[in-house]
Design a protein around this ligand. Structure first.
Ligand code: UT7
Length: 330
């Protein structure tokens, strides 16, 4: 077991999922695809899509309010608002500042963190060091993406994969045995071109040509990303377990990033876990990027299965390429 004496813990979790459901059958009417292809290649059956009048901070605020309510806290009780997102309301100000405004609070710092689908676990690791260093006492960490706004709805190789959603943790120092035991994180920027949103930054500033070339949408070499994801997610989970002084047989639940059921299954097998120990919701939500892990942990908690003292391994992978894992004792 980890010999760390000080740890952070999740005081509460909140989530928000838009009402609108887009099924594989709906997608069959939009692009040349089939429910059969999407189901067998990805495990996805349906996904949620934000309404036209919702922006990223709206989903984030809804998850944040639920987390605050469940902790019995008010926005003014927070020391920091940290938002992990790849689909900010605006390039600046940070979505965290829009979230702060909508929570009708002010003064505490607020900033965004962008690390592809790994952003929520990167945020957890950053929040841990801010709390354990004494810089912050209580942090709101939000993971939110509205990928439907950057999805090319004419590209069948990507548009079937993604969904919108938000999750939030309230994080504090732990004063009992529960909490974050270890983490492992990494990145390989040389592989950045495998998964990116090409235009809108300084590389390809927005102009008529970038719009014509449809460069403001997600571009992914799915097959290459798949192979890296399988390798890195397994390795990261094992490295985080080792850092916690645990064996893979001691994991009670695996919460993997939800991009593709085949990647999830491969990661579960690498840890030697039975299927009922691997949390899956990709069938209902698709890939919600940074929201996948907090939403999955919330659903595991709500299922009533999770018992105090049980060991959870969370692992993510995404654009960058980036990867991270965290081991948590409930
Ligand atoms: O969250 C960030 C990390 N992202 C990921 O981890 C995603 C990783 N990648 C994947 O999940 C998979 O690579 C995909 C689901 C994106 C694709 O699955 P695949 O088994 O790698 O398929 P593929 O790209 O090799 O395509 C196989 C075939 C191709 O046809 P040909 O060239 O063999 O004739 C595609 O054109 O399937 C075709 N195809 C489709 N067919 C029907 C691609 N997309 C579709 C589609 N419907 N939606």
């Amino acid at each position: 077991m980890s010999d760390r004496t000080r740890r952070i813990k999740i005081r509460s979790i909140g989530i928000y999922l838009p009402d609108r459901v887009l099924t594989n059958q709906d997608l069959e009417k939009m692009v040349e695809t089939s429910d059969e292809w999407i189901t067998t290649r990805t495990g996805i059956k349906e996904r949620r899509i934000a309404s036209d009048d919702q922006v990223t901070s709206d989903l984030g605020v809804a998850a944040a309010r639920m987390a605050l309510d469940r902790a019995g806290l008010k926005p003014g009780d927070l020391d920091l608002i940290l938002v992990a997102t790849n689909t900010p309301d605006t390039i600046f100000p940070a979505t965290a500042c829009w979230v702060q405004k909508k929570l009708e609070t002010r003064e505490m710092p607020a900033f965004d963190l962008q690390a592809g689908c790994t952003g929520f676990l990167y945020g957890l690791i950053v929040a841990e060091s801010l709390i354990l260093s004494g810089t912050c006492r209580r942090i709101l960490l939000v993971g939110v993406d509205v990928l439907s706004r950057i999805t090319n709805w004419q590209d069948r190789t990507t548009c079937v994969l993604f969904g919108d959603g938000a999750g939030a943790f309230i994080l504090e120092e732990s004063h009992d045995d529960s909490g974050l035991l270890s983490h492992f994180w990494g990145a390989d920027g040389s592989l950045g071109e495998l998964l990116l949103l090409p235009a809108g930054g300084t590389l390809h500033p927005t102009d008529e040509q970038t719009v014509r070339d449809r460069l403001h949408y997600i571009y992914m070499k799915g097959n290459d990303v798949f192979k890296h994801a399988v390798k890195r997610m397994g390795e990261s989970a094992l490295a985080a377990l080792k850092a916690a002084g645990l064996e893979k047989g001691q994991v009670d639940y695996l919460i993997p990033h939800q991009a593709n059921l085949r990647i999830i299954d491969a990661t579960g097998e690498r840890l030697g876990l039975d299927k009922e120990r691997v949390v899956v919701n990709v069938d209902r939500y698709g890939n919600m990027s940074v929201a996948t892990i907090p939403v999955a942990l919330y659903e595991l908690q709500e299922s009533g299965k999770l018992q105090p003292g049980e060991i959870i391994a969370m692992v993510a992978f995404g654009a960058g390429l980036t990867w991270a894992a965290a081991v948590y004792r409930w």
